[in-house]
Design a protein around this ligand. Structure first.
Ligand code: WT7
Length: 650
């Protein structure tokens, strides 16, 4: 590849086709493209029958549903009148046959290890669920979870599901401010946190952040604190220790049988405007599709050791670390810490030691490993691996090939899975025993998913052309609303083309109907697989006393996919210095979290705006990328601004 311009080599790689290994297909849940197509056509012809069948197969129903779908665009209700419980589906129903099977394997960053059988996990969940009830948590109450990646994170989620409480997990990397905003918006009654967690050999100050966050959060009545660090806890006023809470609880707990559409969780995610929105998922539709896609997309079998590296603070952690594997009675592995701590082979060493067979991670991680060279991978016996998954951002063909050849030794199908917080479950992905793959393509939609690529007028684009990606049919695992803001749900997702769900992504389809995702088309950045609203970072910046105006754009980055570049104008009399840049980066980190910290701050005399006052983002993106400015700049209100953009000082 060396010596060739990157674009050309990428294009060549994209044209390669990798059929599923025949021996793999023979054993797979879905064994051929024909079988996939038959399912797809069936789902297209009669979606209600298709989803009704899937729902009966995937879940235990306390009371059967009477109607598969009640669709009044843009509102869907699925499996109406059915009653179920997700914790029951993850635990109780497996106890007879799989009670002693390991449900959860855990390794902390310092190297501490634990494992819980289905019976043990069931017991922990029941005790904690009773504990929550003893704190007054009832069906429909919201519970915040701000924990490291430890088994108790899964226990807390499942305990909420068991009693019909609605969990809202906040990623441990978010700041106190960000946690505060989410707790207030969700109206959380209880917050579950820990004294800390381990990351890159250091303690993440969860408890300190939690204490700050609950100040002025009127709905919070109590805070449960897990002892993760193993030092004595000094608890304050409304804090209660995890162990103290569960020690006196019974080991069984009657589940709350909830209606299909009972809210299961709220998960905050960034949008193109304003504060992050609380994506609301309900119980049965989410559960059905998460269970199904976990089995199909990874060809999950009872003997698999399954590892999805996502944190439970993201939707991938909800669906494919906790709920999906457990609904399938699988063994799911949780790792607390950083991928390369204490050495560059930490992941590979653990894959070898636990005999991990299904591995699911993000392109950013793959690119970071690639940069470390193949040595750390080759040092370990990775022969247990069977399927390799990718999620979170478009995967560049070079990283795809490296993943397949170096990690998978050319033996393991690579499944690039496209989906979103809002879709709850995977929407576009190969089925590893059925779908030939192409490096960089998420390939084909799963049965029941009807993606459309449309132009600005809502018309289909010609094959091969890029456009906006929509989902034309409802799917059971889709979000139901934005918590506390039903209008935003309609505005964000269903007003570009009425009645069709707008994903915010650009995509094109090739001659084989394969989907190639092209990144966000709205003002959302995908930074290292994490979603970040430019508006959020901008409002954090303008909250700083020295800042007058700010505009944030993305710049292509080899490692993170997108880097954050902030253009800032300062208030009168403020000196623009390298120190101020650092100060602003720190400030954003404190307001939101390390993931939002700008990679670059550039000062400007004024921001380039159109006559109507809109910031010219395209121009800023070009400037940020160091490209010659392209396009029409004549509508610039202030031409001098281009020249005045000061170059980076360091
Ligand atoms: C956005 C959703 C869904 C899990 C993690 C992210 C991008 C996600 C892919 C993929 C290309 C992808 C999209 C999407 N994205 N997976 N396989 N190929 N892009 O969830 O934070 O809700 O972000 O991530 O842009 O809209 P999220």
């Amino acid at each position: 590849m060396s010596g060739q311009p990157k674009e050309i080599s990428s294009v060549l790689l994209e044209q390669r086709v990798f059929p599923p290994p025949p021996a793999f297909s023979k054993q797979a849940h879905i064994q051929s493209l024909e079988q996939y197509r038959a399912l797809y056509d069936q789902a297209l012809a009669d979606p209600e029958r298709y989803w009704g069948d899937r729902a009966r197969e995937e879940l235990y129903w306390k009371e059967p549903f009477q109607t598969v779908l009640d669709w009044k665009p843009p509102h869907a209700r699925w499996f109406v009148e059915g009653k179920t419980n997700l914790a029951w589906n993850c635990l109780d129903r497996h106890l007879d046959r799989h009670g002693e099977k390991i449900a959860l394997l855990f390794e902390g960053e310092p190297g501490d290890r634990r494992q819980l059988s289905y019976r043990e996990l069931h017991r922990e969940v029941c005790r904690f669920a009773n504990g929550l009830r003893s704190l007054g948590v009832r069906k429909g109450d919201r519970v915040g979870i701000y924990l490291p990646m430890v088994p108790e994170a899964a226990v807390a989620m499942l305990a909420c599901a068991r009693i019909g409480a609605v969990h809202s997990v906040v990623f441990g990397g978010f700041s106190a401010e960000a946690l505060h905003d989410r707790l207030v918006d969700a109206g959380a009654k209880v917050l579950i946190t820990a004294d800390g967690g381990w990351r890159k050999g250091a303690v993440v100050p969860l408890m300190q952040n939690a204490r700050e966050a609950v100040q002025g959060a009127p709905s919070i009545e109590q805070v449960v604190v897990l002892n993760r660090l193993g030092q004595a806890l000094t608890l304050e006023g409304r804090e209660v220790g995890w162990d103290a809470l569960v020690s006196k609880q019974a080991e069984t707990c009657d589940p709350e049988w909830v209606e299909s559409e009972h809210p299961l969780f709220i998960l905050y995610t960034s949008g193109s405007t304003g504060k992050p929105k609380g994506v609301l998922h309900t119980t049965a539709g989410y559960a059905v599709n998460v269970s199904l896609t976990t089995r199909w997309c990874f060809d999950l079998k009872p003997e698999d050791i399954y590892w999805c590296t996502a944190d439970v603070g993201w939707v991938t952690g909800h669906s494919y670390v906790v709920y999906g594997p457990l609904m399938n009675a699988a063994t799911t592995f949780l790792y607390e810490g950083a991928p390369t701590h204490p050495g560059p082979d930490r992941f590979w060493e653990m894959i070898a030691r636990y005999r991990v067979s299904i591995f699911y991670t993000a392109p950013t991680a793959i690119r970071a490993f690639m940069r470390l060279g193949s040595e750390p991978v080759l040092q370990h016996d990775l022969s247990s691996l069977r399927v390799l998954g990718s999620v979170g951002e478009p995967i560049n063909p070079e990283a795809w090939i490296w993943y397949r050849e170096v990690v998978g030794k050319g033996r393991c199908p690579v499944v690039d899975t496209w989906w979103q917080t809002e879709t709850g479950a995977i929407m576009i992905a190969p089925l590893p025993g059925a779908t030939p793959t192409k490096p960089g393509s998420a390939t084909l939609p799963l049965p029941g998913v009807v993606p459309e690529i449309l132009d600005a007028h809502g018309q289909p684009v010609p094959q091969g052309k890029g456009g906006h990606l929509f989902l034309a049919r409802p799917v059971p695992s889709m979000l139901r609303t934005v918590h506390g803001d039903p209008d935003r749900y309609v505005k964000t997702y269903f007003s570009e083309v009425p009645g069709k769900y707008f994903t915010g992504d650009g995509a094109r389809q090739d001659q084989d109907g394969y989907f190639w995702l092209m990144g966000r088309v709205d003002d959302v950045l995908n930074v290292a697989g994490h979603r970040l609203g430019t508006a959020e970072v901008e409002s954090a910046l303008v909250a700083h006393p020295k800042v007058a105006e700010a505009a944030v754009v993305g710049r292509p980055d080899e490692l993170k996919g997108t880097a954050v570049v902030a253009f800032v104008t300062v208030k009168k009399g403020v000196a623009v210095t390298a120190e101020l840049k650092k100060e602003l980066c720190q400030h954003v980190q404190k307001e939101i979290g390390a993931i939002a910290r700008p990679d670059e701050v550039r000062f400007a005399e004024a921001l380039p705006k159109t006559r109507s006052g809109k910031i010219m983002r395209r121009l800023l993106r070009d400037v940020a990328a160091g490209k010659q400015t392209t396009g029409d700049t004549t509508t610039l209100e202030d031409f001098s601004v281009l020249a005045a953009l000061r170059a980076e000082e360091e």
